[in-house]
Design a protein around this ligand. Sequence first.
Ligand code: CMP
Length: 622
Amino acid sequence: MTAKRKETILQVSATNQEQWEEVLATKGLTVVDVYQHWCGPCRAVISLLRKINNELGDDLLHFATAEADGIDALRKYRGKCEPTFLFYGGGQLVGVLRGADAPLLQRMIVDQLAKEKLVLEHGGQRKVVVDNELALDEIVEQGGHQLSEGGDGIIAVPASKSYTVAVIKPDAVARGEADEIITKIQDAGFEILARGERTLTEAQAREFYQRKATEDGFEDLVQSMSSGPSHILVLSKPDNSSDAVEAWLRFIGPADVDEARRRKPESLRAQYGTRTPFNAVHGSEDANQAGRELAFFFPDPRSVPGTARDAEEERVERTLALIRPLAAREDREEILTHIKKSGFQLSLQREVTLTEEQAREFYKHRVEDDDFPALLQSMTRGPVLALVLTREDAVRHWKNMLGPSDLRRAKEEDPECLRARFSAEGDPVNQLHGSQSPEEASGEISFFFPVQQTLAVIKPDAVDQHKDKILQEIRDRGFSIRRLEEKLLSRETAEGFYKEHRKQPFFSQLVEFMCSGPSVVMILEKENAVEEWRATMGPTDPDRAKAEFPDSLRARLALDVLRNSVHGSSSRKRAQEEIQSIFGEPTGITETSDEHSNEATLDEQKQQYEGDTHESNPHSPA
Ligand code: CMP
């Protein structure tokens, strides 16, 4: 009996809306265990909560249990049996934890309580969160309504649902036919999950149709798609009654308008198309393409479909991780193994030796901290390994793995955390950095990985046999192709292009080879594009490529060191010069973070003609 009374005191119980509102009205931080009537509150954590309560003994910390079945505001949690803890500050949701992960729960309670005290005692701003799982469920429930009113926005499609992206193209919209087409779509039994209006720029149209870049008529297509507003629809069939992609492709008919009129006179393209490429409507060709097109038109990372587990969509997010010089030298592999095992995808990586100015710039918000001089020293004593880590909720997960920033606290309170395990002798500063918030992550990622353009060439030996494969790989690795032309280089262009090699014994052979057949020349764009493309190509000499980077393009495709299939600019400066020399235009990117992107240091390290800059990008091309 006594134990029961204590439990009641530890956790206030709310089983209806009225009691729930009382819980929300409590001053301070309230940690709520949301449960289902049939399974009851999570008993496994009670002793932990009691321990925390005793240790912290704080009047501002409260615990509650809430029965989802009886509380309207928690209806979205009904039927979910995973233990869920909601953190409320001043009646507002400030944190969510799913699963009875005791160390994490403890850390979150301490962390959230400190934050709430900052708000209450020092006038700090409370950071309110939205439980994504709920937000997404609500949007799906509301079908297309919210989106059709608001235009582009978040769109979440359960992974189990078949959907397609349909576009009513500028030619039909300009003729005022969009509403009529939409009525026909609905009459044909399609469900509109989302709807928005977009006018694509030429560059966006190019990106949208990237896969057709080498086809005849590509330029006309780009022009027609960027000539005015399009209507974008995300369509499915109710109850998944049939495959939405196939049903829509059947409904619109063949891409060629004449063929549509001949073979499928009832199709939309036969009725509304005028002449190719003005064929009125577009549809994704398969489910993968539908996923890419959805992300293209509705780029909110919370909504990338296919990453979701049915109704349990989570937010796919990126964070910046840094392994400081001493640990990068001693413990790199072990740390990378931990990262991979924890479900992170290593999206980008780069090894950089920062100057003092660059380190100051990166940590400018910490300049007043007592340990700032030590931090500067720690950051500049050798190469730092910068990583972009991707997974759902990446920022929070990585911070949890790191543990407290203060090394002494990390070792005492959380000896298993990465900072405690991988500290470096002789350095009082922790060896690992993580972004504090998704907003900070985005700034920090562009500091280390600014968006760049580079020149890529598919050389004459590879154009006939490997062009499609290479273009596919370029797309798969997330590059955007900003320009693409197939052309036979003149001797003059080839000599100018390779002028820095004119003293090399192989120069005349090289020029001869480059003029021996057409090349495909491209401007590629991506974060850290210059190094990323060089890593994708692999070393200049295919023998070395095979030995060290067997998955790289040159390892797989090159004939020999001369006929090595692909070319890529060796530095950002060379990229600008080469793009200018081939396309007669400067790169479309001005990197505002030039001065701190550390490119100058890397450029100095780069030896121009050998493809051996991979040392600066430890990223295996795999
Ligand atoms: P690329 O990356 O385009 O830059 C210069 C090119 O010169 C290189 O690829 C090769 O095609 C060629 N090259 C470099 N080294 C040699 C060599 N030792 N012998 C012949 N050709 C070479």
